[in-house]
Design a protein around this ligand. Structure first.
Ligand code: ADP
Length: 268
């Protein structure tokens, strides 16, 4: 009786432990497969995206070579080559940004980062494109606030939002970057009066390589990586990114991030 009782006792303890182990192993395998498939998709997408500008540059250099006695044609092809190589270096930079953020690991050594500086750099980065389209980029709201995180990552994220706002805006419209301090977080809202995003695409625009209209955006140099980088940066900072948009009217992207609050740091 006693032995049986003991056995029952042991069995009762071992069975759930064993099944938990099997479940954990299965979950591990499933996760491994998912990561593997994401990695394969990513490499396939990257190769595909790289092929386009590389192929174009090759064709254009042949065209330049063949048109050597026609200075006007050479100038035209060279201009397009420049555009394609810009596109290529933009894509490579975004792949580097993304690879630094893999895993959504929290920022290892968060530091106080002045939000005014980040916004100024982001606006500055898009200044040439904005000027070319006659777009006014205006920043405002609360000043002197500090973020808690990685200056590099935060600069990339806000720059991507401002670059998109300019990119998808009509000539002569305006883009607003507004900072608002909340209790423990702060909000950076980037609003444009651009083409907007169809409701059915709003859930997907943060996916890698997702573009609302790949055919239309290919010509304008989009990579489909910018917003996935923003999403990763939000995740590594314990923040979030949200979007509101009306097709044909414009969009607002709001990045909410943890603030660095000096008196809290001192008291802890
Ligand atoms: P891309 O390099 O194509 O801009 P993103 O990841 O930054 O890639 O954006 C994904 C897609 O979301 C874009 O291709 C575009 O269709 C849409 N999008 C992003 N920002 C805006 C915006 N401000 N206005 C309209 N559409 C946008």
């Amino acid at each position: 009786m006693g032995t049986r009782g003991q056995v029952r006792h042991v069995t009762a303890r071992v069975a759930p432990l064993g099944s938990r182990l099997v479940l954990a192993l299965l979950e591990d395998r499933t996760r491994e497969r998912r990561v593997d498939s994401i990695r394969r998709d990513f490499v396939a997408n990257v190769s595909h995206e790289l092929k386009t500008p590389v192929g174009a540059i090759r064709l254009l250099s042949e065209a330049v070579h063949d048109a050597s006695d026609d200075p006007e044609a050479v100038e035209r092809f060279a201009g397009r080559m420049l555009k394609e190589s810009d596109r290529l270096s933009h894509l490579v930079q975004q792949i580097i940004d993304l690879s630094r953020l893999q895993g959504d690991e929290p920022v290892a050594q968060p530091e106080p980062v002045a939000v005014d500086e980040i916004v100024a750099v982001a606006v500055d980065t898009s200044a040439i494109d904005a000027q070319a389209k006659g777009i006014a980029v205006v920043s405002g709201g609360d000043t002197g606030l500090l973020l808690n995180g990685s200056k590099d990552q935060l600069t990339v994220a806000v720059s991507n939002l401002v670059a998109n706002a300019v990119h998808y805006s009509r000539e002569g419209s305006s883009v607003a970057v507004a900072v608002r301090g909340l209790d423990e977080t702060l909000e950076i809202a980037v609003t444009d009066q651009g083409i907007g995003i169809p409701a059915g695409d709003l859930d997907r625009i943060f996916e890698r390589f997702y573009r609302v209209d790949p055919a239309r955006h290919r010509s304008t140099g989009g990579t489909g990586l910018g917003l996935s980088i923003v999403k990763h940066v939000a995740a590594t900072h314990g923040g979030e990114i949200k979007v509101w948009s009306v097709e044909g009217e414009g969009s607002t992207f709001t990045l909410t991030l943890p603030r660095f609050i000096p008196h809290q740091e001192e008291s802890s």
